[in-house]
Ligand binder design. Structure first.
Ligand code: 13P
Ligand code: SF4
Length: 311
């Protein structure tokens, strides 16, 4: 399909109304998608929206595990995503079978498993509770004290939460390839170039980068931090889509993308698979649809609902 961008926006909005659909978009989506979405947010905010929506159809503009989370919470609704191949390196780093085998091998430990929401429905079905970067500290603080914690799959988020809570955890050795592109050198160079700017980094960044940050937080909390800070300029160390929202909601301030060693910013190739054309087509055809086997869904729902109760 090829249409003038303005026609595409009109058509998307018309189809959305016809279908009684809601468009949820992650902060890393392209600007045009953010602009037509009903709600733009972080993983926690999007999960809450998915749990509360009255719409018949959920169009999830993010990556596959986010669409799955929406389906886990809404078994009777149609959940579609613009591109079925929008995956996640972090979710891929922890296949459910590997986690199952690990827990079997170390069954004597009786681990309490906390899974970052960036994981498959299979991993959510195994975990005791889910967390996002926005509530991870709260979820870890609420964990039973008499059991060791296994935190999967992001070692960087896990290490940061341990720094915040003092609670030791065994960490699955997964990571997000986007946030791993930032280095101490790349961020030090940016600080040198913009000495007046504060550094705001996502907890998926490696420790050497987090140590240079003035604030480490989820994408949603970045909005509040930058709005309320007396500073006027910020180096944003997370996927570049975040800059659209910051610039739209805080127009008076300056946002500089955190550079990597190779590029002026970091882009997630999975998030960027979604386009306006694919969004239009998935609204028109109601596919690709997310489907989850009911037994698996029920097990995954238990750990996601526990997170929502604790949030
Ligand atoms: P949040 O938006 O929840 O901070 O997560 C970032 C991310 O990497 C999502 O894939
Ligand atoms: Fe996964 Fe990282 Fe992309 Fe988020 S930014 S979807 S964690 S690869």
């Amino acid at each position: 399909m090829s249409a003038h961008p303005t026609d595409l926006v009109t058509e998307i909005l018309r189809l959305k109304k016809d279908r009684n659909a809601v468009i949820l978009a992650h902060n890393y989506q392209i600007e045009e998608i953010q602009n037509v979405a009903d709600f733009v947010g972080d993983s926690l905010g999007l999960s809450i929206q998915a749990a509360e929506t009255q719409a018949d159809v959920i169009i999830f503009c993010g990556v596959h595990f986010m669409g799955e989370t929406a389906k886990i919470l809404n078994p009777s609704k149609t959940v579609v995503i613009p591109d079925m191949d929008a995956g996640c390196s972090l979710a891929d780093s922890c296949p459910a079978e590997k986690l199952e085998a690990f827990l079997k091998e170390y069954s004597a430990k009786n681990y309490y498993v906390i899974a970052y929401i960036n994981c498959s429905a299979g991993v959510k079905a195994i975990a005791d509770v889910i967390c996002t970067s926005g509530n991870a500290v709260k979820i870890v603080n609420a964990a039973p004290e008499d059991r060791p914690i296994l935190f999967v799959p992001d070692q960087n988020l896990g290490a940061w939460v341990t720094e915040q809570t003092g609670r030791p955890m065994d960490l699955w050795q997964g990571s997000c390839y986007v946030h791993m592109e930032y280095t101490r050198d790349s961020i030090e160079r940016a600080k040198h170039e913009y000495p007046e700017a504060l550094v705001v980094a996502h907890p998926e960044c490696p420790q050497a980068v987090r140590l240079l940050a003035d604030e480490v937080c989820s994408t949603e909390k970045m909005i509040g931090y930058c709005k309320n800070s007396p500073a006027n300029a910020f180096i944003i160390v997370t996927e570049e889509g975040m800059l659209h929202r910051l610039r739209r909601e805080i127009p008076g301030k300056v946002f500089i993308p955190g550079p990597t060693d190779q590029c002026a910013c970091a882009e997630c190739r999975y998030m960027k698979r979604n386009t306006m054309e694919k969004l239009y087509l998935c609204l028109q055809d109601l596919k690709p649809e997310i489907l989850i086997e009911e037994g698996l869904r029920l097990n995954a729902e238990r750990s996601v609902r526990r997170m929502l109760e604790l949030s």
